[in-house]
Design a protein around this ligand. Structure first.
Ligand code: PGA
Ligand code: ZN
Length: 442
């Protein structure tokens, strides 16, 4: 048994640092009585769900209203003092103290950025004190089998991450046919640069979007899908075999009063028409996963989409489920989605995010651990995805170090865990890809 006299929280410090968009964010450092330390940094979304934990910003003219002095003060004056003396060896105890200070869903009072940075810092300190990598601590404490996840990697970034240049937010690939995480990286690199070459040849190259994917200078949303399919071919792959496509529609972003507006195409449609359009894309392109196909306020649309396509593709709730266990339970009751996006800062603490993951397991839903569009060098999510064995990880694209840091961390963990710990295509077994793959192997 570990001596709790060395694992008590002794100090909690907060500082303002800067994220991948050059905006202020909250960093927290926790020190334990035995001298071990842990650090957590809050990420920030741009296409946020209305029911997710509040990203507390100061407002006003300075720093475009984005400063985080109020969140820093919440850590220094309220969260920190409440945590002093708490045994960090089980980080769930610290998380329940944090949650009890602001039990509301949105955590508007403390700020979800204040709570998430503190929660992650405690977890890192606990791992340091246990002399374990974070993924191992999480696996041990939650009785999970660690596994290296299958990534979803963005090639074109749109929506709120690219000046709404196209309406669909993420055009991504997955490499379920790979035998290792290295192989995923290799194939992704080929596809990413093939996509860039095509855009250059067509005179459409215009830099990168917030998560490092190519800036989408297309004339229609579908042109991005055509180009992505072509890029997969140019990378010497047969689309639908080793490499498949995944979309984050982020439909809440272009939904107003129950209608969906594709600004790029100057089209306005109801839910049924949007579902038909996405269905045509599923028929025409090797799409294996779709996130937020309809708005966070359209449960009927989500149920209908799941009824029609849930047997063929993965349907992920992001804005719709906001990493909330109760919302996952409700979605399972009505048959909405078949997968859950897990963003720790949507929940506000690591423990609440893990509870949402457990709700997904109970419902038989898949889980995808995800970064935000505003990120930093913090690699906690690579460890959570591995330690919880969630099977999938979504981090953004294949450039810029706040993204690559997460992929690179998975490579390091793979070296510790062994290449056989990579899940490969297992998360997609119940999709059309899984069926095709079984046929290919027999
Ligand atoms: P966000 O987008 O981090 O800007 O909210 C990521 C996503 O929608 O998955
Ligand atoms: Zn999303």
């Amino acid at each position: 048994m570990r001596n709790s006299s060395v694992t008590k929280i002794e100090a909690v410090e907060a500082r303002r640092i800067w994220d991948s968009r050059g905006r202020p964010t909250v960093e927290v450092e926790v020190r334990l009585t035995g001298g071990h330390r842990g650090r957590g940094i809050a990420p920030a979304g741009a296409s946020r769900g209305s029911r997710e934990a509040w990203d507390l910003r100061d407002g006003g003219p300075a720093l475009r209203g984005m400063d985080v002095q109020m969140a820093l003060a919440a850590v220094r004056d309220r969260i920190g003092p409440a945590l002093i003396g708490i045994d960090a060896s089980d980080p769930r105890a610290a998380d329940s103290v944090i949650t009890s200070l602001d039990p509301s869903l949105l955590k508007k009072d403390l700020g979800g950025n204040a709570t998430v940075a503190t929660s992650m810092a405690v977890l890192h300190a606990a791992a340091a004190a246990a002399r374990k990598p974070l993924w191992r601590l999480v696996a041990d404490q939650h009785d999970r089998r660690p596994a290296i996840p299958l990534p979803e990697i963005q090639i074109f970034g749109g929506g709120a991450h690219a000046g709404r240049r196209v309406d669909i937010q993420d055009f991504m690939i997955m490499v379920p046919g790979a035998d290792s995480f290295d192989e995923v990286m290799e194939v992704t690199s080929e596809v990413y640069f093939a996509a860039g070459d095509i855009m250059k040849q067509r005179g459409k190259l215009a830099g990168v979007a917030d998560e490092g994917g190519w800036w989408p200078s297309f004339d229609s949303n579908e042109e991005a899908l055509e180009t992505l399919t072509l890029a997969i071919e140019k990378a010497s792959e047969k689309p639908g075999e080793r490499v498949v496509i995944s979309l984050d529609v982020a439909a809440s972003e272009f939904c107003r009063n129950g209608r969906y507006r594709l600004a790029l195409e100057d089209r306005d449609m109801d839910t049924a028409t949007l579902i038909d359009l996405l269905g045509r894309w599923i028929d025409s392109y090797p799409i294996v996963s779709i996130e937020d196909p309809v708005s966070e306020n359209d449960p009927d649309g989500m149920v209908e989409f799941t009824r029609r396509f849930g047997g063929r593709v993965q349907i992920i709730g992001d804005d719709y489920l906001v990493t909330n266990a109760a919302l996952v339970d409700q979605a399972a009751d009505i048959g909405a989605c078949n997968a859950v996006l897990i963003k720790v800062n949507q929940a506000g603490t690591v423990s609440e995010a893990i509870a949402a993951n457990e709700a997904a397991d109970r419902a038989g839903y898949r889980s995808v651990i995800s970064a935000r569009s505003g990120e930093t060098e913090d690699v906690t999510i690579s460890h959570l995805a591995t330690g919880l064995g969630t099977g999938q990880l979504k981090v953004g694209s294949f450039t810029r170090s706040e993204r690559m840091a997460k992929w690179n961390e998975c490579l390091r963990i793979q070296d510790e865990l062994g290449v056989n710990s990579f899940v490969g295509g297992a998360p997609l077994t119940d999709t059309w890809w899984g069926k095709k793959e079984r046929e290919r192997r027999t």
